[in-house]
Design a protein around this ligand. Structure first.
Ligand SMILES: *Cc1c(COP(=O)(O)O)cnc(C)c1O
Length: 400
């Protein structure tokens, strides 16, 4: 060890933890986290290899399931989330898929909120039923529907809040109670809120998943995912599944994400401040039918949002009166804000869910989720907010 004493970050505050949490220093005492681009490890003897495989000696075995750079990212995420344990995956979708798969077997049942990321819907609605796991989709904002959907074989409740793209808020504590009363567990996709604005585990959820591709990287460079839960949950349901099937995060991406975490609090704070300013700027403008932003008083679930989140987030849903034509004219007129389907990026990005992220869905199913033809999802970046407002005004002028 070249360091005085490794820092105990467990009692430190968030901004400190995201800089120092989980750091493992090599014998060289490097300042910045080391990138261990290695698939395996060498052992000093056959006996040492035997002891490590038996779990009698500490150490890494194979980077499909253990690597020092990935371990630092997992530890830092667990500390940030206030979770006992974390496992990183190669993308947000592999985190969602494996978190759900690890909890069910043929004959089980899932209840999920229908307003969710398109690929998450594919997993619960199309893929899981092929393996004998049935699914009921509910309006996540209606607690009576969650309750009514529960069956004796229900094992997993799954939701996203705020939802993508229309920013509905689901009562996490209430859904967790329904899950537990029915002998099931609640998994929350917390991408839109980020670990900084909402803590699903504290609200009663059993498992939290992230696409680290979004705010955690925050600079549009790589994909990644994380599953967070108690140590028992990870050991019983997730660890072996990931170890044997291998949806692993690459050490390089783990390193990028570790460095992303260092600046997450200042990025999210700045992007959120700009998002709130933009939401107020656009609300009531000619051509704007509705602005949905959770910390605005006119959000339909403003009170609930402020009860379970510490801020409105970095996304704004803009519902334009002119339908698809209006949405296209508005977005095509923008110069600074780019047309792209990522979110949480330093660059402001706008997307038209009906023709991109949610185009696979039938128009009725989209309408049922509240995704109209005039809806745009704006992910607010780190540019000067005055430039962003000028850009959005250009979009409004193009509406004619
Ligand atoms: C992007 C996203 C995912 C999927 O993450 P990938 O890293 O793209 O696989 C899942 N859920 C939500 C809410 C997302 O925004």
């Amino acid at each position: 060890m070249t360091e005085k004493t490794p820092l105990d970050t467990s009692k430190l505050r968030t901004a400190t933890r995201v800089v120092h949490g989980g750091t493992l220093r090599s014998q060289f005492g490097e300042t910045s986290e080391a990138l261990f681009l290695t698939q395996g490890y060498v052992y000093e003897s056959m006996e040492a290899a035997e002891a490590r495989f038996k779990g009698e000696a500490p150490g890494f075995l194979y980077s499909r399931f253990s690597n020092p750079t990935i371990a630092m990212f997992e530890r830092r995420m667990a500390e940030l989330e206030g979770a006992e344990s974390a496992r990183a995956t190669g993308s947000g979708m592999s985190a969602v898929t494996f978190a759900i798969m690890g909890q069910v077997k043929a004959g089980d049942h899932i209840v999920a909120a229908k307003a969710m990321f398109g690929s998450c819907r594919y997993v619960v609605e199309e893929m899981m039923p092929r393996f004998g796991v049935s699914c009921t989709l509910v309006d996540g904002t209606d607690l009576a529907q969650w309750q009514a959907a529960m069956q004796p074989n229900t094992k997993v409740l799954f939701l996203e809040s705020p939802t993508n793209p229309q920013l509905d808020i689901i009562d996490i504590a209430a859904v967790a109670k329904i899950a537990h009363a029915g002998g099931a567990a609640l998994t929350v996709d917390n991408v839109f809120a980020t670990p900084l604005l909402q803590s699903p585990l504290e609200l009663g959820a059993d498992c939290v998943v992230y696409s680290a591709t979004k705010h955690i990287d925050g600079q549009g460079r790589c994909l990644g995912g994380v599953i967070l839960a108690s140590e028992a949950f990870i050991q019983e349901k997730v660890h072996n599944l990931l170890r044997q099937t291998g949806p692993a995060l690459s050490p390089f991406n783990a390193w990028v994400l570790l460095k992303g975490l260092e600046t997450l609090p200042i990025r999210v704070a700045q992007q959120m401040a700009s998002a709130a300013t933009i939401a107020d700027h656009l609300a009531g403008k000619p051509g704007v039918a509705r602005i949905l932003y959770p910390s605005r008083k006119d959000h339909p679930q403003h009170e609930l949002a402020m009860r379970q989140m510490s801020g409105g987030g970095t996304l704004v849903a803009i519902d334009l009166a002119g339908g698809k034509d209006g949405a296209f004219r508005f977005a095509n007129a923008l110069k600074i804000i780019k047309i792209s389907n990522n979110l949480g990026d330093a660059k402001s990005l706008i997307t038209h869910p009906a023709t991109t992220t949610h185009q696979r869905m039938a128009p009725e199913a989209r309408a049922d989720m509240g995704i109209g033809e005039g809806l745009l999802r704006l992910s607010v970046g780190l540019e000067d907010v005055a430039d962003l407002m000028d850009d959005l005004d250009r979009g409004l002028s193009a509406l004619g």
